[in-house]
Design a protein around this ligand. Sequence first.
Ligand SMILES: Nc1ncnc2c1ncn2[C@@H]1O[C@H](COP(=O)(O)OP(=O)(O)OP(=O)(O)O)[C@@H](O)[C@H]1O
Length: 218
Amino acid sequence: MAFGPSELDIRSAGLDLTLKPYKDRRPIVISGPSGVGKGTLIARLLERYPGTLATTVSHTTRQPRPGEVNHEAYHFLSTKEFESLIKSNAFLEYTFFSGNYYGTSRQTIKDQQAKGKIPILEIEMSGITQIKQNKFLDMRFAFISPPSLEALEERLNKRGTESAKSIERRLEQAKFEMEHAQIPGSHDIIIVNKDLDEAYRELEEWVSGDAAPALDTC
Ligand SMILES: Nc1ncnc2c1ncn2[C@@H]1O[C@H](COP(=O)(O)OP(=O)(O)OP(=O)(O)O)[C@@H](O)[C@H]1O
């Protein structure tokens, strides 16, 4: 009995098995409280579908951290340069947080689309409000929710990247974001990340267009 080539054979032959003819090729916006698992879920999607999906690189005026490479982690630039880009309407959304600007340029999305990829953006709440105010932008929005604030606190503690004060601030913000996410129309789908594998499956189905619309409120 003949078997077809394995995924490994195809990859090593330089072919990409992961090109998926998604029905919906609009940019995908993922949001949710800090520590909920957005980065983890997006990393899985990108690993599974490198030929179809791609993240975008944001701009920031903050200093690079050790190991962060310019144009990979972020496009690092001066405040003057950032403000000049704001004036020229280069950003889809931007925010000023903790003394620094952060923003997503229109160009970074175009760059990925020009390569035939569907951009995936991780954007916080105020950025989503800015995007939604622009009726020319057609994107889809997923909110990742923790099963509870207690579970979120545990994840942030376990991750070990934040001080107690920072965790407290993030939990306050999380409460606000979770309430906001309940407003009809604020997201196309809410995925509760309780079990990571289940949350991933739900996200993957929605991203690839195989899922039925999860909310009838949109
Ligand atoms: N379903 C889950 N159950 C338990 N732990 C999880 C789950 N999903 C993710 N985690 C863990 O929670 C922590 C936070 O995840 P991650 O860094 O992906 O969150 P994030 O939403 O990207 O956070 P931030 O916005 O701060 O970057 C990580 O240590 C991750 O391994």
